[in-house]
Design a protein around this ligand. Sequence first.
Ligand code: HEC
Length: 226
Amino acid sequence: MSSIKFNPGLLTTAFGALGLLAACSGDPDSPGLEYMPDMYRSPAVEAYVDYGQDPYYFGDSLTSAQRATPSARLPVEGTIPFAGSEADAAFNFPYPYPHTPEGYEQAGLELHSPIAMTEATVEQGKVIYEKFCVECHGAKGKGDGPVVAKGNYPPPPAYDGAQLKNLPEGKIFHSITYGRNIAMGSHASQLNHKERWLVVQYVKYLQNGGNMTAAPVAPDTVAQAK
Ligand code: HEC
């Protein structure tokens, strides 16, 4: 006599069929039973929305739920973004010089480009320059861009003129990062550190009258030029 064996497959099928039947309903508009509604309708967490932010309009329970909802968060202190190659990660270290006259001078003395000037880097810098700087500084860095030519904006000094010819690369980087006086705004949100150094290369190229620089500009010559 053969005994009836426990068949797990059969049991699953039976439960499945039961589940299917239970999901049916007379109302054609009803979605039926939803076993895991979170999977059909996932809560949409928007990036860059601070869910813990005041003011709250929707009552306390929603507020406390939202406070616990992770959205874009500040990076953990002491960490730097790492993307792409290891060499590029070094560009993400925080900029150490404060936005003060002393920080500016110090950057001029100590800060040097990690990128050696080659024709390729000058070319990359030119692409950035023509997007972000040319409208004020002009194609050759003479301070005659279209914004200035219209007459409503103070002309920047020419890169190869007495005031800026010997401006060291650290100060160029500093001014791109924080802006310069009231006439030039900060470009820190548009250009990452690598892009800033690349555009610095192009400024140096224009300082040198549109030629590759033979040697780095000595930092202390600027004070004399001013
Ligand atoms: C809105 C117009 C404008 C734009 C855009 C602009 N600049 Fe300037 N820039 C100026 C003006 C005006 C000055 C002179 C500021 C001063 O000395 O008061 C200046 C000054 C500078 C200086 C000299 C800074 C110093 O330390 O004396 C450098 C270098 C420079 N700009 C580079 C750039 C680069 C590179 C870009 C693009 C990433 C750029 N600028 C975009 C208007 C602009």
